[in-house]
Design a protein around this ligand. Structure first.
Ligand code: ADP
Ligand code: MG
Length: 344
């Protein structure tokens, strides 16, 4: 950190001036916003659309580690993970409410950094920040984000409507965020032993970015709309392919055949997996935090999506409730959810 960086204690400003300072660069852009920040509640109007709401809480030491999560990226990610939940319903996010709990070790400038990331995400995804709450916390940083979106009722995709023979499709590639986290954890332990170490992380940049600054798949929702495809079910991959596909199967009272050789994994991720002696399929299945979209479509839509590079068909839904991974040599392996579980 630069020595001459200005540090202002939050108590110097007081709560109201502080809120004003961190929120004043946010502009209202959405037509649905009747009242944003500044009153007891926000007021939104969605006409005849259904309103989709989701919330996530991020707690220092549980969900993030400030030794390697820059505050600006953290602000960005806190918004993205919530927008991803709205996209996973096949809806468009339009508003967020963001609340923070702060211990006194955070300065005004530090929280400004966090909000710079929030602002960037609001701009990139075209959502209005319309409220929040600010509190002190005894220890650490807490960020809670509520995302609000809307869509026509007939477009909403739940987890419970996948049908036998539907194709299982995933966007992008998997396992990157997990391997990025492994790199950051390794560098952290090197740094603890030798604080002067200056690691060259250029060989790992894709995976680290997947972990620190993920994106939500707004583009995929747009594409599905343009192709006139209504997924029968959809979920975003936050816990890992295995766990999230099992959610779809369980809720839909069905099973699946998932083909290992179809799971999309980036070359860098494969290389890092070798370095860590982790099977890259395991990273993709159980890693989590990739925020890709996992969905099922009727077979009649196959022709429409087969040429789309960023979508991979990785298996199909079965009537039998068995959940199989078919490995690279054709063996059927029963799949259990071993995705990230915060209570384990
Ligand atoms: P109240 O006492 O009614 O909870 P506050 O003083 O907490 O009101 O908040 C005043 C306004 O500022 C409200 O519109 C609230 O939504 C907004 N606000 C408060 N904290 C934040 C924050 N951290 N981020 C964004 N908006 C906030
Ligand atoms: Mg309040």
């Amino acid at each position: 950190m630069k020595k001459n960086k200005k540090i202002t204690e939050i108590s110097e400003l007081g709560e109201f001036k502080f809120i004003e300072k961190i929120t004043n660069s946010f502009e209202i852009k959405k037509s649905e916003t009747i009242m944003g920040i500044g009153d007891d509640s926000a007021v939104l109007n969605f006409n005849s659309n259904d309103v989709i709401i989701s919330n996530d809480i991020l707690i220092e030491g549980i969900h993030f580690d400030l030794t390697y999560n820059p505050l600006k990226h953290l602000g960005y990610k806190a918004v993205i993970v919530n927008l991803s939940d709205i996209y996973a319903m096949n809806a468009q996010p339009s508003h967020i409410i963001l609340s923070i709990g702060l211990s006194n070790r955070f300065s005004v400038e530090a929280i400004q950094e966090l909000y710079d990331g929030v602002l960037q995400a609001c701009k990139n995804y075209s959502v209005d920040l319309v409220g929040g709450d600010t509190s002190s916390s005894k220890k650490g940083l807490i960020i809670s984000v509520t995302a609000i979106g809307s869509t026509k009722r007939k477009k909403i995709t739940y987890r419970n409507n996948a049908k036998p023979n539907d194709l299982i499709v995933v966007s992008g590639d998997l396992g990157g965020a997990y391997m990025g986290l492994q790199i950051l954890e390794r560098e952290k332990s090197v740094f603890i032993v030798n604080p002067n170490s200056k690691p060259d992380l250029s060989n790992y940049s894709y995976s680290i970015q997947r972990f620190l600054k993920p994106e939500a798949r707004k583009d995929i929702i747009k594409l599905l709309d343009e192709l006139n495809i209504f997924p029968t079910s959809m979920i975003d991959i936050s816990d890992g392919l295995s766990s999230d596909l099992i959610h779809i199967a369980k809720n839909s009272k069905a099973g699946f055949n998932l083909f290992e050789d179809k799971i999309p994994i980036d070359e860098e991720v494969k290389r890092i997996s070798e370095e860590f002696k982790i099977n890259s399929t395991t990273a993709a299945l159980n890693g989590g935090e990739d925020y890709e979209l996992l969905f099922t479509i009727n077979q009649k839509d196959y022709e429409k999506i087969k040429k789309i590079k960023d979508l991979s068909i990785i298996g199909h839904i079965t009537k039998s409730r068995d959940r199989y991974l078919i490995n690279k040599i054709g063996q059927k392996i029963e799949l259990n959810s071993q995705g990230w579980d915060t209570f384990k």
